[in-house]
Design a protein around this ligand. Structure first.
Ligand SMILES: CC(=O)N[C@H]1[C@@H](OP(=O)(O)OP(=O)(O)OC[C@H]2O[C@@H](n3ccc(=O)[nH]c3=O)[C@H](O)[C@@H]2O)O[C@H](CO)[C@@H](O)[C@@H]1O
Ligand SMILES: C=C(OP(=O)(O)O)C(=O)O
Length: 426
């Protein structure tokens, strides 16, 4: 079993570079299925979600190369083969194969997606959108069957501003006949990124990044070259780490506007944050951090994906802080784990209540999901002693070269293989 081992207390210093956005990458790769000629995406993060999608595309006939963050996908020989099991269950974003395969072939069979367990993760709004476009959608034996004679543009109002549903409907609608309008669309930067790729492939999309997206279907899409946006969640994770235990950290390859909600909260806590064109500098960890309350919201609100690492920073603040996650009701599994590390924190319904400052102590802990894993890495960096983090496969779904990057700014973190015997003895 692979684990991360972290010796806490080392102050972070230097420049750390952010990779391409995971939550864009996992939609851009399926989007390439809609083209008739090769699509190249530059700057992809080297994470397991990207590798899983590569092999899913290869399974259905795609010719894919991936080197130095650049993926070229030749979708011309892709066929609509059913994908009910296997790799599709490894990630949440495999649901984008539904929109892309439906858009190109008018039929698809895709297993229900996996991803982090954060409480219910329904896809009813995706299905409502596909049905509005003319697809018949059924759930049979754990897979979604989508079939359409033809797809026709429609007006779709989303009951919740879902990132996944907005992107999936765009994917299905770009080759549909006529005009599609998505109302109450989500506005996340990743949606703009996917719309930019699709537009460069020849799609006609207006309004991505606002709550009304208008799509005029086209006959065919062609290949293109696209550079992915930086990962605002990875950038935010490093900003939080720098605020907790930094001594001059520059986070490079960030769009500062994308992390505005976090920057505002950090400043409210007493952290100095300097924003430049494509980087953010945290000159030093604040001497005294103030407690703050945080509510996660759809973009541009405070992102649910940063709430978990942020909860660890709050253990260092003086006073009681309350986090409310309005997006995912059960996204607090890190709280039990940091409790083992001497944090004073508890969960009440949709909120986590954290009182600080606490001197964290090293322990053996479990990365229950991706961002809980990032939270535990931060807890390990702060703790006295050597922390062991298990189930790191969750972390590696979403953070590219994390060990190398953190070592580059002075962290004492390494990956080790431990035997089951050692696990049992502990
Ligand atoms: C709004 C929001 O913060 N979205 C985040 C969410 O996206 P993700 O794509 O997972 O979630 P959505 O944006 O699609 O969903 C937002 C909310 O709508 C609900 N919902 C969604 C689809 C649906 O068909 N029915 C439905 O009820 C979800 O349960 C959730 O409460 O997690 C991703 C990975 O952690 C983040 O990158 C996204 O920024
Ligand atoms: C929860 C996340 O990923 P996924 O939706 O892929 O499980 C995340 O990116 O924080």
């Amino acid at each position: 079993m692979e684990v991360y081992k972290i010796k806490g207390g080392k102050r972070l210093q230097g420049t750390i570079k952010v990779s391409g956005a995971k939550n864009s990458a996992v939609a851009l790769i399926p989007a390439s299925i809609l083209a008739s000629t090769p699509v190249t995406i530059e700057g992809l993060p080297e994470i397991s979600d990207v590798l899983t999608l590569q092999s899913l595309l290869e399974d259905v006939g795609g010719a894919v190369t991936f080197e130095n963050g650049e993926m070229t996908i030749d979708p011309s020989n892709i066929v609509s083969m059913p994908m009910p099991n296997g790799n599709v269950k490894k990630l949440r974003a495999s649901y984008y194969l539904m929109g892309a395969m439906l858009g190109r072939f008018k039929n698809a069979v895709i297993g229900l997606p996996g991803g982090c367990h954060l409480g219910p993760r329904p896809i009813d709004q995706h299905i409502k959108g596909f049905e509005a476009l003319g697809a018949k959608v059924t759930n049979e034996h754990g897979a979604i069957y989508l079939r359409a004679e033809e797809l026709r543009g429609a007006k779709i109002y989303l009951d919740v501003a879902s990132v996944g549903a907005t992107i999936n409907i765009m994917l299905a609608a770009v080759l549909a006949k006529g005009k599609t309008t998505i109302e109450n669309a989500a506005k996340e930067p990743e949606i703009i990124d996917v719309a930019t790729l699709l537009s460069n492939m020849g799609a006609n999309i207006k309004g991505a990044g606002t709550n009304v997206i208008r799509i005029e279907g086209v006959e065919e899409l062609h290949g293109t070259r696209h550079t992915i946006i930086p990962d605002r969640i990875e950038a935010g994770t490093f900003m939080i780490m720098a605020a907790a235990i930094g001594d001059g950290v520059t986070i490079d390859n960030v769009i500062p506007f994308h992390v505005e909600a976090l920057t505002a909260k950090l400043r409210e806590m007493g952290v100095e944050v300097i924003e430049e064109d494509e980087r953010v500098i945290i000159p030093k960890a604040a001497e005294a951090l103030h407690s703050v309350d945080v509510k996660t919201l759809v973009y541009p609100g405070f992102p649910t994906d940063l709430q978990q690492p942020f909860s660890v920073l709050l253990t260092q603040a003086t006073g009681t802080s309350v986090i409310t996650d309005t997006i995912y009701s059960a996204r607090f599994k890190q709280i039990d784990e940091i409790g083992r590390m001497n944090a004073t924190a508890r969960v009440e319904g949709r909120t986590a209540i954290i009182t600080g400052p606490s001197e964290l102590q090293a322990a053996s802990v479990r990365a229950t999901d991706l961002r809980a894993g990032a939270a535990l890495v931060l807890a390990g960096l702060l703790a006295d002693g050597e922390t062991e983090i298990r189930e790191i496969q969750h972390i590696e779904r979403g953070y590219s070269s994390l060990i190398k990057k953190l070592r580059g700014i002075g962290a004492d973190i390494r990956k080790e293989i431990i035997t089951e015997e050692a696990t049992v003895r502990e």
